[in-house]
Ligand binder design. Structure first.
Ligand SMILES: Cc1cc2nc3c(=O)[nH]c(=O)nc-3n(C[C@H](O)[C@H](O)[C@H](O)COP(=O)(O)OP(=O)(O)OC[C@H]3O[C@@H](n4cnc5c(N)ncnc54)[C@H](O)[C@@H]3O)c2cc1C
Length: 393
């Protein structure tokens, strides 16, 4: 006999958990079930992310999303009531884009666009950059674009805290791999996993990079495809004298501080450099050859004092890309009862709180009152009105 639920969320990563939590906050007292196939989250993007949180976007909707999230993350350690080791530690140390001659014009246009849609961002001189990065080599840098409210958090702790506040609020987590989504004509009626089924009128797709596959189970198309992104972590040779913001080098290399979580651990940095030629697919292999070929030369060019660093670890996870690199949030026109919280294209950790709020409002009152997510509707792929945000690449 199938059981019943008012709402089933497939995927218990940061996005699914945020949806569950915000549904309760919105007053939804019915049965909310989150189905997650892997409680270790070994392949979940939330577990493998870098942790960057920035409001530096040129599309107003993206800026508003992250501004909501910034407030949420500031308060998450208090809400989750967690121990010291598992603290989210949202450090608002800023996000610093460095402009050299080749990208100065683009970053200036981007800065103007970001300001015009209300992003809190500053145009800073080389001297101001030097105060934040005293041992950086800045001979080719013309200026910086700095988001003082931005920063980074520990992604594993964010994932844990989000799930905890969702469970504390009464959402039920079930381990299962959803293999069937049931429909009656155009309307969803339930899901099956293993030998179990749950009847429900509402299914939220929060399957991260696997969202396209999940939509396929409901018989609808969703343009979300997985693309590998790779990170390295390095121990620094000593306690560093200052904390890094997220630094984005003109070469595309970016890095942030990774503070010790227990006494005696070294200071570390986490680094990324997007490979724009990466082929689509579920590839979790860490390509170690990228360190000496691409990461290290860019790092030491900018930070000569990092000469000799080698990675303590490297790993890969999946970005959940859409054709215009912007999220898909809302309903699906071909399946009543299917809600989409997908396609964050590498920005889902920073957008998870706002997405949870928006989806909860859409389900409970039919419109997203706090955060306007109409730009992110699925229909744009049918009408050809794709979004253009210069800072989502
Ligand atoms: C290397 C890397 C670095 C990143 N850095 C950043 C960053 O700095 N800042 C940022 O904002 N974002 C970053 N991202 C992106 C961010 O991690 C994702 O956008 C975000 O985690 C998406 O969350 P999610 O909950 O939708 O997906 P996930 O965390 O992937 O969770 C989806 C869950 O759905 C489950 N699932 C899927 N299908 C099924 C099914 N059929 N049945 C049951 N369960 C299912 C999966 O097991 C998984 O746990 C990064 C991503 C990667 C890979």
């Amino acid at each position: 006999m199938p059981s019943t639920a008012d709402i089933v969320i497939v995927g218990g990563g940061v996005v699914g958990s945020s949806v569950a939590y915000h549904l309760r906050e919105a007053g939804c007292r019915g049965r909310i079930v989150v189905i997650e196939r892997d409680d270790t989250y070994a392949r979940a993007s939330s577990n493998l992310a870098m942790g960057g949180i920035r409001q530096q976007f040129t599309l107003e909707a993206n800026v508003r999303m992250v501004q909501y999230s910034v407030d949420f993350y500031r308060d998450l350690d208090r809400r989750a009531v967690t121990d010291t080791f598992h603290r989210v530690n949202f450090h608002q140390r800023g996000y610093l884009f460095l402009a050299d001659a080749a990208c100065a014009a683009r970053l200036t246009r981007r800065y103007d666009a970001m300001r015009s849609v209300g992003a809190h961002v500053e145009h800073i001189s080389s001297d101001e950059i030097r105060r934040r990065l005293p041992d950086a080599s800045l001979d080719d840098i013309e200026f910086g674009v700095f988001g003082p409210e931005d920063g980074y958090a520990n992604p594993k702790a964010v994932l844990r805290a989000m799930r905890k506040i969702a469970e504390d609020s009464g959402a039920e987590y079930i381990r299962g791999d959803v293999r069937t989504i049931h429909r009656s004509n155009n309307r969803l009626t339930g899901v099956s996993f293993g030998t179990e089924s749950i009847d429900t009128p509402v299914v939220v797709n929060a399957a991260g990079p696997f969202a396209g596959q999940l939509a396929g189970l409901a018989g609808v198309a969703l343009p979300v495809f997985p693309v590998r992104q790779q990170l390295f972590r390095c121990d620094l040779p000593r306690r560093w004298e200052y904390r890094f913001p997220m630094v984005i080098d003109p070469s595309g290399l970016h890095w942030r501080h990774d503070d010790p979580r227990v006494p005696g651990q070294p200071d570390r940095i986490v680094l990324a450099k997007t490979n724009h030629d990466e082929t689509r697919g579920e590839n979790f292999t860490c390509d170690d050859a990228r360190w000496p070929a691409e990461f290290y030369p860019s790092l030491v060019r900018r930070m000569p004092s990092f000469a000799g660093l080698t990675p303590a670890e490297g790993w890969a996870g999946l970005y959940e890309m859409t054709p215009d690199h912007n999220p898909i949030i809302g309903t699906h026109p071909d399946a009543d009862g299917l809600f989409l919280a997908n396609g964050f294209s590498g920005h889902g950790l920073m957008m998870a709180p706002a997405t949870g709020k928006a989806i909860a409002d859409l389900i409970t009152v039919g419109t997203s009152r706090t955060i306007d997510v109409r730009d992110f509707a699925f229909d744009r792929f049918r009408t050809g009105t794709l979004l253009d945000d210069d800072a989502t690449l």
